[in-house]
Design a protein around this ligand. Structure first.
Ligand SMILES: Cc1cc2nc3c(=O)[nH]c(=O)nc-3n(C[C@H](O)[C@H](O)[C@H](O)COP(=O)(O)O)c2cc1C
Ligand code: SF4
Ligand code: FES
Length: 570
């Protein structure tokens, strides 16, 4: 806040836009993220004077506002953007597809042009089209340097990323095939909450966002809570590396997601249903917006709790449920200490049911077709269906619906088309980087929660990334640690310092042959696993330690100055 000559603080001038946003924020119509997006959409960045005015009018301390806005990679608080911002994804599937060369090439070509900014970034959710780039916020792929440079030279780079619709079934078509019939029956009271919970429990449905918690039990916990109001949240922030299956649901079947969310909100008698959506998913955002407009027009939103859509701003940690609540509430999205769990103290401090997109999609399907139908979809003793995102060095990257329990190797061969060039498997990540990986000898493992844990991996988000034998285990470790170090929110020391230290150790080995101190690695990793606040810190060292245990000779070769596969170019 500026000061007059007599030292008295002067209220900052506010534009009409900021006045309006502050008013709507005070009235609870919008959350802080909405206001920040609106300013950035209009101005291209977040000017200091607008933040000061918003702080003043919305009565949010400026330090809180700055701390929050500057946390998110997609908000620009350091002045206006250059004409073209190029972000090149360097996360594993894109790395395997040559994103490092792409990034270096673009830097070399554009480095001297002040109107162009070239940066690396983490997963853009387009891993099936690797290597992916974002041009002024619009993700595309597979990208190559010549095409990007031509787009810039010919002025074909959009000024800003705008949500754009892609074909998805209309409400009329969805309803003709039985869509929203379950919601209507629930609203009419034809199913009571205990019957619904019993059906979900009988189906064996577990959370598809990462942790695999039994869904029926979670609904029961929230229903049991006496405190009100309650909230239902759909976690559509999907940012785990190699994971794009929620994008597919949101783009191709937004009504299935919305029906699942509305059923959940109705059953727990939520005051509000919130869908927290990843910013980069432009088509998903447009298709969800259209689906909501159709529902509103058809009167299907008149009964039951309202739906609020909140758009994230590029921080992976917002997918962690308690960080998401902080984000929606307008604070820095740092995970909370648990317990209490969200079922008791969640969004706005109230009992909250938070589920992944895919989990919610399954609920109306189970209620419509019966829990036995869902259970029967599985194989090898597993219950249910899973949408897998398959990427990396496979012939046919993409998303595939398959039975839970399908052997990992079969999924890669029959759906992903097998490894390219007939190579053997070095590492198959089964649920994003956080899951750890299977080696060639583990490919008969059923893709299911418990079987994968027994094999030292995890189903996690179902983001399957295939890495073939040409890749060096040291480079693989570097890439995984780089992601976690970048995305650590920094709240707790074991994760903030541990991810950085492990990354530095691997980089020193890769660059200078500095041998790893395996005792120090173990100490750091154990501390991270024991003492980190959230799952990011506890899973960050997993893949690195597996690589070290399974391919020790590759780490030793690097310490002698040689990359054993030639992948690292030395
Ligand atoms: C670092 C981190 C990131 C996460 N990201 C996501 C995510 O993008 N989407 C998601 O559904 N769950 C994510 N989760 C899991 C959520 O915290 C939560 O368990 C999930 O939304 C619950 O829904 P479910 O039971 O349907 O899986 C993440 C967890 C952690 C620790
Ligand atoms: S474990 Fe990492 S991401 Fe999680 S709270 Fe701690 S610092 Fe933040
Ligand atoms: S888009 Fe690059 S790894 Fe996902």
């Amino acid at each position: 806040m500026s000061r007059r000559r007599d030292g008295i603080a002067r209220r900052p001038a506010a534009s009409a836009l900021v006045e309006d946003l502050a008013r709507r924020h005070r009235a609870g119509e919008i959350v802080l993220l909405d206001a920040l997006h609106a300013i950035q959409d209009r101005k291209g960045h977040l000017p200091r004077r607008d933040l000061e005015a918003l702080s003043d009018r919305a009565r949010i301390p400026l330090a809180v506002l700055h701390g929050t806005a500057s946390f998110y990679p997609n908000f620009r608080t350091q002045g206006p953007p250059p004409r073209v911002q190029i972000r090149v994804c360097t996360s594993l599937p894109c790395h395997l597809a040559g994103s490092r060369r792409l990034l270096e090439g673009l830097r070399a070509s554009c480095g001297s042009d002040p109107r162009v900014e070239v940066r690396g970034c983490q997963c853009l959710g387009l891993c099936d089209r690797a290597p992916a780039v974002a041009l002024n916020g619009k993700p595309e792929g597979p990208a190559n340097a010549d095409a990007v440079l031509a787009a810039i030279a010919e002025g074909r780079v959009p000024r800003a990323a705008r949500p754009k619709r892609t074909p998805s079934p209309s409400l009329a078509r969805v309803r003709r095939s039985g869509g929203y019939a379950v919601l209507e029956r629930v609203r009419k009271g034809e199913w009571d909450a205990s019957g619904i919970v019993a059906a979900i429990k009988a189906s064996g449905l577990r959370g598809m966002g990462g942790a695999g918690f039994p869904t029926g039990m979670k609904w029961e916990f929230v229903l049991r809570e006496g405190a009100t109001p309650k909230y239902a949240v759909c976690n559509a922030d999907e940012s785990e590396v190699g994971t794009f299956k929620d994008r597919a649901f949101l783009e191709h079947s937004p009504h299935e997601v919305l029906e699942g969310l509305l059923v959940a909100a109705t059953v727990i008698r939520a005051r509000e249903a919130v869908l927290y959506l990843r910013e980069e998913y432009l088509s998903a955002r447009a298709n969800v917006a259209r689906a909501l407009a159709e529902l509103r027009k058809a009167g299907l939103l008149d009964a039951g709790p309202p739906i609020r859509v909140v758009v994230g701003a590029g921080a992976y940690i917002c997918g962690e449920e308690t960080a998401m609540f902080e984000s929606i509430e307008g604070r820095r999205p740092e995970p909370r200490l648990r317990p209490p769990y969200p079922a008791t103290v969640g969004l706005w401090g109230k009992p909250t049911l938070i589920q992944n997109v895919e989990t919610l999609v399954r609920v109306p399907q189970i209620l419509r077709r019966g829990p036995e139908w869902y259970r029967g979809q599985g194989r090898n003793g597993s219950a249910g269906l899973k949408r897998f995102a398959v990427s990396g060095q496979v012939a046919r990257p993409g998303w595939y619906d398959a039975p839970l329990g399908i052997p990992a190797g079969e999924l890669v061969r029959d759906h992903g088309g097998g490894l390219r060039d007939g190579r053997s498997m070095k590492a198959l990540f089964t649920g994003g980087l956080a899951s750890g990986f299977l080696s060639e000898d583990g490919l008969s493992t059923p893709m299911d929660f418990d079987a994968l844990v027994r094999a030292g991996a995890a189903l996690g988000s179902g983001g399957v990334i295939a890495v073939d034998s040409s890749v060096c285990a040291v480079d693989l470790s570097e890439n995984c640690l780089d992601f976690f170090a970048h995305e650590s929110c920094g709240k707790c020391t074991p994760c903030r310092v541990g991810t950085e230290k492990l990354l530095r150790m691997v980089r020193a080995l890769q660059a200078d042959g500095a041998a790893l101190d395996s005792g120090a690695v173990d100490d750091l990793a154990e501390t991270m696993i024991d003492a980190s606040i959230c799952g990011l810190g506890t899973t960050a060292p997993v893949a690195f330690r597996q690589a070290l245990a399974r391919f020790p000779e590759e780490f030793e070769a690097h310490a002698r100055g040689r990359c054993p596969t030639g992948w690292c170019g030395r």
